[in-house]
Design a protein around this ligand. Structure first.
Ligand code: ATP
Length: 335
């Protein structure tokens, strides 16, 4: 393989730049040319390519977002769009494509491979950390730390005013990010879609804490929690958020005056943590190795701190196991 391409797709995640840097420099080390694709699959279809050399990726390891930019591209969901994309890649002499993104992006990659023979390897990058076949995805650690930082700051004001705060974290339908940040941030209650909860019980526990002298309460809620009668959608009006419903209940039923804070897109930005930079560097380099070894339709991940090469189908279709023990531990420690 003499020439490969790399793109970032779907929601941006801190560490994507570090992954692109690793792809470029590892490929150069192996004597392979690298092309960057701007704006994900939209750039594939349009042939929006830029040649990347070692200097194109200097000074980006510490930057959030993605300098290649990302886009949602509906045309790539059609066989015609993917055929157009394959033609652009072939015209440029590109034999393999590294896709840094989430499960939607991986679905696009596997369809491209199956329909056109272009070799693809995926690198998991999403703050939601909901991709199977890897312990962590790029961006998750940074987002977790951003939430912990927010909890710490909100707790200062919560204690000063003896308030309860319902804080909503991202994660779409998954609660991995909320559980980890809630445990590490010392939240009094953690509500995630994977674990059924009873609002009466949550209110009673918070009330008991109040009566026992707690002067603040932090309830961390995943955006995807289900409350009867409320449908989850990422495009909803912020005022219909479940966090407001829970906040209202707490306000009415406990001694705490309650406020709601939706953390929103700050969770997606910021300089990647050291851990995310390490993960991105390892996975970016491993993706190049995989392509050069002739792999295709694969995803590189990290399992028990070792590079793991999985069928991309398993990463897309597999259900990442929710750590119920960790959830129980969080409950035990939050008294
Ligand atoms: P995140 O988890 O951050 O949302 P993602 O990769 O899942 O990342 P999506 O918006 O689902 O993000 O997908 C990114 C792009 O991948 C889409 O805009 C589209 O171009 C392509 N894609 C997604 N799903 C499919 C599909 N079923 N078939 C072909 N292409 C797809």
């Amino acid at each position: 393989m003499k020439k490969i391409a790399v793109l970032t797709s779907g929601g941006d995640a801190p560490g994507m730049n570090a992954a692109v840097r690793a792809v470029v420099r590892k490929a150069i080390h192996a004597g392979v040319e690298v092309v960057g694709v701007n704006r994900g699959y939209a750039g594939v279809i349009e042939g929006d390519f830029i040649k990347l050399d070692k200097n194109s990726v200097s000074d980006i390891i510490d930057r959030g977002g993605t300098f290649l930019r990302s886009a949602r591209c509906d045309e790539f969901r059609t066989p015609e769009g993917r055929a157009k994309g394959a033609e652009q890649l072939r015209k440029e002499g590109i034999e393999g494509l590294i896709v840094i993104g989430g499960d939607g992006s991986f679905t696009g990659a596997t369809l491209l491979t199956n329909e056109t023979g272009i070799k693809t390897v995926g690198v998991p990058a999403t703050i939601d950390n909901d991709i199977a076949c890897t312990d962590d995805s790029i961006g998750y650690d940074t987002a977790m730390n951003t939430i912990i930082d927010a909890i710490t700051k909100i707790r200062d004001t919560a204690s000063s005013h003896e308030r309860a705060f319902v804080i909503e974290a991202m994660g779409r339908h998954a609660g991995f990010l909320t559980l980890a940040a809630g445990l590490a941030g010392g939240a009094e209650a953690i509500l995630v879609p994977e674990m059924k909860f009873n609002i009466d019980e949550v209110c009673n526990n918070i009330q008991a804490g109040y009566e026992a002298g707690k002067i603040h309460a932090i309830i961390l809620v995943a955006e995807g929690v289900e409350i009867e009668g409320q449908e989850f959608t990422t495009n909803r009006d912020v005022n219909q958020s479940n966090a407001f419903i829970i906040g209202k209940e707490l306000n009415e039923r406990t001694g705490f005056e309650t406020r709601v804070s939706i953390l929103g897109h700050i969770q997606r930005g910021g300089a990647p943590t050291g851990r995310d930079r390490l993960l991105a560097s390892r996975l970016g380099a491993a993706a190049v190795d995989a392509l050069l070894a002739g792999e295709t339709n694969k995803m590189v991940g990290l399992v028990h701190n070792r590079i793991n090469i999985a069928e991309i189908k398993d990463a897309i279709e597999g259900n990442k196991e929710f750590d119920e023990e960790l959830y129980q531990l969080a409950n035990i420690l939050s008294i």
